[in-house]
Design a protein. Sequence first.
Length: 408
Amino acid sequence: MSTPPDLHRKHIVLGLSGGIACYKSAELVRELMRAGAGVQVVMTEAATQFITPVTMQALSGRTVVLSQWDAREPNNMAHINLSREADAILVAPASADFIAQIAQGRADELLSLLCLARPLERCPLLLAPAMNREMWAHPATQRNVAQAQADGAIVLGPGAGDQACGETGDGRMLEADELRDELIAFFQPRLLAGRSVLITAGPTFEAIDPVRGITNHSSGKMGFAVARAAAEAGARVTLVAGPVHLPTPRHVTRIDVTSARQMHDAVLPRAPRHDIFVATAAVADWRPASAGEQKLKKDGSGRPPAFELVENPDILATVARLPAADRPWCVGFAAESHDLVRHAREKLQRKGVPLVVGNLGPATFGRDDNTLVLVDAAGETELPAAGKLALARDLVREIAARYTPRPA
Ligand code: C5P
């Protein structure tokens, strides 16, 4: 398996303007480099008050550029050279003053100068604001942010929470891992822009009594990867998750459920409001007819307790049978132990869905990699072994290519 890292071959100019959040930029350099990027750090004079160029140089492995008068550049045009090499310029932290400079097109320091000098059509500018909540909320800042966006800058965050000044509110710079994921998403093709995707993921848990239940080994990783990939592709994503301990992908709305019936009740009213439904969840087929209110105890007879099982609703089949005007374009998953394609094709027909994605259950549950076979009316397409996120991105591409909007 050799999926290249997400920022493989990307050259990022990381600009730091002055702010306490500069301490997060040290971690950000490491995150970007771990994701495969080359990072060239550029700092304003104010930024050097908060973190030293020595630290940033040691972490990035490149000399930090501080001044437009840096005579080491043979042509003495650092602003041109830096912005021509970059796949993106990320300014993190972007202070209120720096955003004001960008909004006005000022160029009195190297960092603002190179942002102004960048070729607009091929060197995007991403700003990660970081400032006190009153500074962020100030009409002048909001005006400057709107102007910077109108001129093509992309604004990441800011987040909300505790601030260095002791106040709480909007204006925190996003964390290093969040900024890394925003940058990774930025480079993904927007194949589902304007679409909405509803996804089920993970196992369900069917209570036998207050402490025991029936469940399975589904980790939820594939469904969460599909949710992330769909969000990266520009879709509005709702993720209905069974009991799993996985972080929610950025920009995904998550609804936690436990049982198959709760999953059904979360999905059904939402399905008509989504364009695409991807059922990755390993829903328990049966549940105890009635869950005991008290823990079942051994009675000393040596005989286990008997309890009746009843069938759970089939969420995917129910959504696939909705009237055409309410029915999203449905994708089912088939986790099989053998005869994958035959079972997947049988499922395609039985559930009445346009696409079934087959995988070998024992080979995928809990693992980070997988192999998928796409089965539809046209035939079979194999997505070879790769990490689940890489496969999820491939799957999103295949879904986008096949998706047909429902009749208006
Ligand atoms: O019926 P089977 O479990 O083999 O089908 C698997 C597919 O159907 C998966 O997409 C799964 O998420 C979905 N499913 C469901 N509700 C069930 C059982 C399965 O949505 N009760």
